[in-house]
Design a protein around this ligand. Structure first.
Ligand code: BES
Ligand code: MN
Ligand code: MN
Length: 456
C-alpha cells in the first residue's frame, strides 16, 4: 500500500486533468449569461466529491447560484473540518490581454493558466485530492471532512450566510479550512491569519433630466461629472489619509510587536514596485507597504463613468455620472458603520445642484486570528512537512467576507492554507497557478488532515 504522498505523486497527471476539466467551465457568477455554466461547475464538483470518496454530495439551490455540499464522516471521535471554497470565477475580460484563452487551460513553464486557476478552483481542489489520497491509501481519513463550496463568492456571497444559518447543525465542525489566499513567496511558505474586510458602494450623481448641449447650457448648470470628481477627490488627502469623518475611530492600532513581525519578513519595496510596473509606491504616510496592505484601511475608486467616452469629441453636459467605490476594512471597523459614514460624507460634499444616490453593494468585516491557536499550529506543521520549511504567519489585504460569518455562526477558528502566489494574476488576464505549489498543496492539505486528526 502506498503512502499518501506516494499516492498524490502517482496521481499528479489525473489531478491536473481534473483541474483542467473544471477550469474549462466558464462559471462567471456575475454574468447572467453564464448561469448554466455556473450550474455545470456545481454539478461537476458534486460528481468529483463523490468520486473522491465523499459518502454524500449534494447540490443545494439558492436564490442565486447553488451551494455544493459533500461529506465523509466515518471517523467517529475524530475532529471534523469544514472545507470552504468557491467554484465561481471573475469575468475574464479584457480577453485580448490573455496569452491563451481564459477557459482553455494551458500549461506553460510549470504553471497552469486559466481563469480560476488560483482563485479558487485550483486551490479548493487540493482538499478534494487530499481526502481522496487518504481514502484510497488506507480506506480512512484521520478527520471527518465536510465540503462547502459556493458559487457566489466573487459577487459577495449574498446567499451563503442564510445557508449557513439554516444549516448550522449540518455544518458543525471543529475548524474551517480554506485555500483561497497566497503564500508570501515560493521560498517563504506562510499561513495567513488575517484578512481585510470590505464595504462596497455605487454612487450615482444626477444633475438634469437629460444630457444638454454644452454650448447652450454650459456655465449655467452643474456638470454632475465635475461634481462627482470633486466629491471623490475629497475622500482622501495627498498623504493617503481617508478624510471621511470618523473613518479611523475604531481602527485597531498596530502594536510594536506586529510592526516588528511585519518588518522581519523579506519584503522588498524595490522588487514590489518592479513586479507591478509602478514608477513609485504610494500610500498612507507613516506606514510601510506591508502595514498599508495588511493592517490599514483604505478607500478606493474602482470605476468611474459618465458622459461621452467614445472616439472623438462630443460637446455635451452629461445628465449623470457614476462611480464604484470601496473601502478595505481592518479590525474593529464594521461595514455598516463605515457605510453610514461614507454616505453621510458624500451627501455633505455634494453641491445642492445635484441629487446623490449611494447604494451599498456588499461587504464584510475584517478577520484576524490568534496564531497560537492549535488549528493554526497544526496548519503550520502541515505546511512545514509539505514545503520542508517552517512557514511564517502573514496577513492579506484581500477579503473573504464569509470567514467572519463562520467565526460568528459556527464559533470555530478558520485556517487559511493558501498555495497561490501574489503574482498569480487573480482577477486579471493570464491568471495562473504554479503546478509545484498545486502538488505541494495537495500534500499540505493531506498532512493538515493528519495533524488535525492527531489532536483528537
Ligand atoms: N480569493 C480572494 C480573496 C483574496 C484576495 C485573498 C487577495 C487574498 C488576497 C477572493 O476570491 C476575492 O476576490 N474576494 C473579493 C471580495 C469579494 C466580496 C468580491 C476581494 O477581496 O475583492
Ligand atoms: Mn477567491
Ligand atoms: Mn476572487
Amino acid at each position: 500500500m502506498s503512502t499518501v504522498a506516494g499516492y498524490l505523486a502517482e496521481n499528479r497527471p489525473r489531478h491536473l486533468d481534473q483541474l483542467s476539466e473544471l477550469l474549462r467551465i466558464p462559471s462567471v457568477s456575475t454574468d447572467p449569461g453564464r448561469r448554466e455554466d455556473v450550474a455545470r461547475a456545481a454539478a461537476w464538483l458534486k460528481a468529483r466529491l463523490r468520486e473522491a470518496g465523499c459518502t454524500s454530495a449534494e447540490i443545494h439551490p439558492t436564490e442565486g447560484h447553488p451551494v455544493v455540499y459533500g461529506e465523509w464522516l466515518s471517523a467517529p471521535g475524530r475532529p471534523t473540518i469544514l472545507v470552504y471554497g468557491h467554484y465561481d470565477v471573475q469575468p475574464a475580460d479584457p480577453l485580448e490581454l490573455w496569452t491563451s484563452p481564459p477557459f482553455e487551460p494551458s500549461i506553460r513553464d510549470g504553471r497552469i493558466y486559466a481563469r480560476g486557476a488560483t482563485d479558487d478552483k485550483g486551490q479548493l481542489s487540493i482538499h478534494v485530492n487530499a481526502l481522496e489520497a487518504h481514502l484510497r491509501t488506507s480506506g480512512r481519513c484521520p478527520v471527518n471532512v465536510k465540503f462547502l463550496i459556493e458559487g457566489e463568492e466573487e459577487i459577495g456571497s449574498p446567499h451563503l450566510t442564510p445557508f449557513i444559518e439554516a444549516n448550522r447543525k449540518r455544518l458543525s465542525c471543529d475548524a474551517v479550512v480554506v485555500s483561497d489566499t497566497a503564500i508570501f513567496s515560493k521560498k517563504v511558505p506562510s499561513i495567513c491569519h488575517g484578512l481585510r474586510g470590505l464595504a462596497y458602494f455605487q454612487v450615482d450623481v444626477r444633475g438634469t433630466d437629460h444630457d444638454l448641449h454644452s454650448g447652450s447650457f454650459g456655465g449655467a448648470v452643474i456638470n454632475p461629472a465635475f461634481a462627482l470628481a470633486q466629491m471623490l477627490a475629497a475622500l482622501k488627502d495627498a498623504r493617503g489619509k481617508v478624510k471621511v469623518p470618523g473613518f479611523y475611530d475604531r481602527v485597531r492600532k498596530l502594536t510594536p510587536a506586529e510592526r516588528k513581525s511585519f518588518a522581519s519578513l523579506p519584503h522588498s519595496d524595490a522588487r514590489f514596485k518592479k513586479e507591478i510596473g509602478a514608477p513609485e509606491l504610494h500610500g498612507e504616510a507613516g506606514f510601510t507597504t506591508l502595514e498599508r496592505l495588511w493592517a490599514r484601511p483604505t478607500i478606493e475608486i474602482n470605476g468611474i463613468w459618465g458622459g461621452f467616452t467614445g472616439e472623438g469629441a462630443k460637446t455635451v453636459i452629461p445628465a449623470e455620472a457614476h462611480a464604484k467605490i470601496s473601502c478595505r476594512l481592518v479590525p474593529n471597523q464594521t461595514p455598516a458603520e463605515i457605510g453610514r459614514k461614507v454616505e453621510a460624507y458624500l451627501r455633505k460634499l455634494a453641491p445642492k445642484a445635484v441629487r446623490v444616490k449611494v447604494k451599498n453593494l456588499h461587504g464584510g468585516p475584517a478577520w484576524l486570528a490568534e496564531t497560537g491557536h492549535p488549528a493554526l499550529q497544526a496548519a503550520g506543521r502541515a505546511v512545514e512537512r509539505a514545503f520542508g520549511k517552517r512557514p511564517v504567519f502573514t496577513r492579506e489585504g484581500g477579503s473573504i467576507p464569509v470567514i467572519a460569518s463562520f467565526t460568528r455562526l459556527l464559533g470555530v477558528p478558520s485556517v487559511l492554507l493558501g498555495v497561490g502566489l501574489q503574482d498569480d494574476n487573480a482577477h486579471a488576464p493570464d491568471e495562473k497557478l504554479d503546478l509545484d505549489l498545486f502538488f505541494r498543496g495537495n500534500e499540505a492539505a493531506a498532512y493538515l488532515m493528519e495533524e488535525m486528526g492527531s489532536r483528537a
